[in-house]
Design a protein around this ligand. Structure first.
Ligand code: FNR
Length: 388
């Protein structure tokens, strides 16, 4: 009998509790927060809860399949690990561990521009191609160089994020003094002292903040607040012409992330994107925007037959994945759900998050009387009045 039995993990919430207990406060808060009043952040999850499922009985539910594809890639279930900046601060080598868990599970991992581990670090520790997420910076030479690096690493798709050319303020980050790299104040040091697991892990890594950027773009990696750095580097003049110029540099699959409006979705479809991700950046940008799950049906109606529509923001369970697919998403992405796993237990935690979601999706699908994830549709849902 162990004096310290392993905590029983039954759902993403369990991983979240452990993540909070084991990770320095400023990094947990960085993940678990939204912009300004956090209305959109909250509604991303509460709107999922408003959608109810139709139970079906006495239908053959044997031989179920969750297999699908995402932007041309076969996947064991239509759930990818979304790009998350500073993933490597939630757990040492976090990007590598998450990429490995995704690889083992047969789902895509997307590396953020703002990661700790670089494209090359992740490529050196994985065996299958991963995707790369690009923020559009002002420096054209930097853009060309980083796209070239993603090509050299054999990245399977470029995800261009369109909803963060200016940073929505997260009050908690300011209050915690989150900066890159973090400043050591007395409260920070006291907090760090209680997070021994995290600290022990970090001792073993020599990765630098913003591994993709350090040494490539001027001024990056100096001590500065995230918001002032973003203000300096991110290109506020991003428009469809600039997106077209990036398109010319990347011949592979292009996924446009951060589409929340049907009109923008139409432009993206006309543009010839391989897929779009309906997303409000997990409620971290435009506070007051509707939840992504509420916008999803409108976007599917506008462009669903012309471009592959993916969705993220607010998914915390397999039931949520099922609801998004039933509302017309071809695939989904998770951010915090896997970050909680990573902060809680490293690679095993990310695998656990994926396993939890897979099992929930599988069982829920069966109880809805469905055997194939691709056959889910509105007929599986009971939508509240006025939802769409
Ligand atoms: C993000 N997200 C994000 N998106 C992106 O394109 N590049 C990035 O670097 C980041 N960084 C980032 C950090 C953190 C801590 C979070 C929580 C999110 C957004 C992310 O890709 C995804 O859209 C959301 O996380 C989806 O919402 P949920 O699943 O977290 O509710």
């Amino acid at each position: 009998m162990s004096l310290f039995p392993k905590p029983a993990i039954t759902c993403i919430e369990d991983l979240k509790v452990l993540h909070k207990a084991r990770t320095p406060r400023m990094f947990y808060d960085y993940a678990e927060s939204g912009s300004y009043t956090e209305q959109t952040f909250r509604e991303n999850t509460t709107d999922f809860a408003r959608i109810r499922l139709r139970q079906k009985v006495a239908v053959d539910m044997s031989n179920r399949s969750l297999a699908s594809d995402m932007a041309g890639l076969p996947v064991s279930m239509p759930v990818g690990l979304a790009p998350v900046g500073l993933t490597g601060m939630q757990h040492a080598d976090g990007e590598i561990l998450a990429a490995r868990a995704a690889e083992t599970f047969g789902v895509p991992f997307c590396l953020s521009t703002m990661s700790i581990c670089s494209i090359e670090d992740v490529a050196a520790h994985t065996t299958k191609p991963f995707m790369f997420q690009l923020y559009v910076m002002k420096d054209q030479a930097f853009l060309e160089a980083i796209i070239e690096r993603a090509k050299r690493a054999n990245c399977s798709a470029l995800l261009l994020t369109l909803d963060l050319q200016i940073l929505g303020q997260r009050h908690k980050d300011l209050k915690n003094g989150l900066s890159a790299p973090p400043k050591l104040t007395l409260p920070t040091m006291l907090n760090l002292a209680t997070k021994w697991r995290w600290g022990m892990g970090m001792l073993g890594t020599r990765r630098r903040f913003f591994g993709n950027i350090v040494g490539h773009a001027k001024g990056v990696g100096d001590t500065s607040s995230l918001s002032s750095w973003t203000a300096e580097q991110f290109d506020e003049r991003l428009d469809w012409d600039k997106i077209a110029r990036i398109r010319d540099l990347w011949v592979g699959k292009l996924i446009l992330k951060g589409i929340l409006d049907p009109e923008d979705a139409r432009i993206a479809a006309d543009f010839g994107a391989d897929a779009i991700i309906v997303s409000n950046h997990g409620g971290r940008q435009l506070d007051g925007a509707l939840s992504a799950i509420r916008m999803l049906p409108h976007i599917v109606e506008a462009v669903g037959d012309r471009v592959e529509v993916h969705m993220d923001s607010g998914i915390r369970s397999g039931q949520d994945v099922l609801k998004a697919l039933a509302l017309g998403a071809h695939a989904t992405w998770i951010g915090r759900a896997f970050i909680h796993g990573l902060g809680a237990m490293g690679e095993a935690g990310v695998s656990k998050a994926l396993e939890v979601i897979r099992n929930e999706l599988d069982t829920t699908m069966a109880l809805c009387g469905e055997r194939d994830v691709k056959a889910l549709g509105r007929h599986n849902l009971l939508l509240p009045k006025g939802f769409t």
